[in-house]
Design a protein around this ligand. Structure first.
Ligand SMILES: Cc1cc2nc3c(=O)[nH]c(=O)nc-3n(C[C@H](O)[C@H](O)[C@H](O)COP(=O)(O)OP(=O)(O)OC[C@H]3O[C@@H](n4cnc5c(N)ncnc54)[C@H](O)[C@@H]3O)c2cc1C
Length: 444
């Protein structure tokens, strides 16, 4: 009998694992269960869709059950996995269309159940028009409700919240951004960078309600009208909660090793602590190279890499996972921003003894007809000079420099080494001393 592979969840990690497994193990019987009525939705397009830049929601999907069927994969959409027994190798599923539960068996299980937005339990949280932002249905609800809303509040100033704030502001809404930290994007950027982002929003008339915690919601006729915080009250017709994610891993609780937040711990080959149970994506912890520790960093980049590695390593350990720096990018109005590894604030909070170099320069020679400012910060260990993080911001797109620094962190390079890496020079693009070389040189 052919090997039976069951995959639970079919967004980025699941789709990556499935398409690769179908190619590598054509004789295997692969079934994927997905509780939604769609697969492979690109959440990263939600803000662009809300802003009307991506007009057609269909473009936000890259796989369909028909495409997977062509690879020999059985896709069971609207099927909710209710229980998994990793010893008996059985899985209990409910067909949401018929309500019928049934049991399936597997030889190998791939857990790609991802994450779900954190919902704070507080007074008024059940009011209408308090919405989440994660999947296709959410995006449609937000777009529909935003049409009728004048005042919109976004709670959470991470990259998802920030992108929505820009989208709503561009739609002409009165927008309030609330976060308990006193800066936006604090996980990704240090204060000199976030100050620039905050000024952009303030100049556009966005109310920044930072450094305060939401305590309750007040409503009228069952609909939210006001958000109460530790520092004030804000009127809103629509609220979007973007305060973070929790891994969807209840099904394996007590059966495989997890972090305290429920993120599944996998080894470098995507194996959980139970034989034949693999996991990938937002359901998992990742190996965070700057600290060498496990961390919970839900990103599509990690999800597709880990999903692909499940396929490569399903039969025997073959290709190792390299870990992550949590590299990410964002565009806010005219600014192209990216970061990798730890901010200076995060490094200090983690007890690292770090220094930093911050460069503000024009990105190409001043004899060129135009040039723009760029701000680059590199954080490194005071002793030995190992690079642990970097941030860049400019009106020109120099975000690829952060991918370069991601490689440097991954390979444990020092600032001295960075000074003399061979980078090209061409006046259209940069200066004779590449910005990254300059950062290395200034670290002496
Ligand atoms: C608004 C937004 C913007 C983002 N932008 C970016 C970006 O620009 N760059 C980036 O790298 N990342 C971005 N991300 C993060 C990225 O979307 C996630 O990291 C990625 O979706 C994780 O993929 P996943 O397959 O691991 O999990 P998920 O996307 O969470 O998918 C898990 C799937 O499992 C299914 N499932 C769960 N439990 C069950 C069950 N019991 N039975 C059946 N099915 C189940 C779910 O329905 C879901 O389809 C963004 C996220 C959001 C919400």
């Amino acid at each position: 009998m052919s090997m039976k592979i069951v995959v639970v969840g079919c967004t980025h990690a699941g789709t990556a694992a499935i398409t690769q497994m179908a190619r590598l193990y054509p004789e295997a019987a692969i079934t994927v269960y997905e509780r939604n009525d769609n697969i492979s939705f690109l959440s990263c397009g939600i803000a662009l869709h809300v802003a009307g830049i991506v007009k057609d929601a269909e473009q936000l999907f890259y796989a369909s059950p028909d495409q997977l069927a062509a690879l020999g994969v059985t896709t069971q959409m609207r099927h909710d996995v209710l229980a998994i027994d990793t010893d008996a190798k059985t899985i209990e599923v409910r067909n949401l269309a018929t309500g019928e539960p049934f049991v399936d068996t597997f030889d190998k299980l791939v857990m790609t159940t991802g994450s779900w937005p954190i919902i704070p339990q507080m007074e008024g949280i059940g009011l209408e028009n308090i919405e989440l932002c994660k999947n296709y249905q959410h995006s449609q609800t937000i777009i529909e409700k935003a049409k009728h809303a004048k005042r919109i509040a976004v709670i959470g100033a991470g990259y998802i919240g920030i992108e929505l704030v820009e989208a709503f502001e561009e739609l002409g809404k009165q927008v309030t951004l609330i976060d308990n930290m006193d800066r936006v994007l604090f996980k990704y950027l240090d204060e000199s960078f976030t100050a620039i982002v905050e000024k952009q929003f303030a100049d556009k008339g966005v109310t920044l309600a930072l450094g305060q915690t939401v305590t309750s919601f007040t409503g009228e006729d069952g609909r939210v009208t006001r958000i109460n915080t530790t520092a004030g009250e804000y009127e809103a017709d629509l609220v979007v909660l973007c305060i973070g994610f929790r891994p969807n891993t209840e099904l394996l609780k007590g059966q495989v090793d997890m972090l305290p937040n429920g993120a599944i711990i996998v080894d470098s080959y995507m194996r959980t602590s139970k034989p034949d149970i693999f996991a990938a994506g937002d359901s998992c912890a990742v190996h965070y190279n700057p600290t060498g520790q496990h961390a919970y960093i839900p990103l599509a980049t990690n999800a597709v890499r880990m999903g692909t590695l499940v396929a490569r390593n399903l039969m025997k350990p073959t290709v190792r996972y390299l870990g992550t720096q949590g590299t990410s990018g964002i565009k806010i109005y005219d600014y192209n921003i990216a970061s990798t590894g730890m901010t200076e604030a995060a490094a200090l909070a983690a007890g690292l003894n770090v220094k930093n170099v911050t460069i503000e320069d024009n990105y190409r020679p001043e004899f060129m007809p135009t040039y723009e400012k760029v701000m680059l910060k590199v954080v490194y260990e005071a002793e030995g000079g190992r690079i642990v993080g970097a941030q860049i911001l400019s009106k020109v797109d120099l975000t690829q420099a952060i991918n370069t620094l991601s490689v440097c962190i991954q390979n444990e390079m020092t600032m001295d080494e960075l000074s003399f890496v061979d980078f090209f020079f061409q006046p259209h693009y940069n200066k004779p001393w590449n910005l990254l070389n300059q950062a290395g040189l200034q670290a002496i």
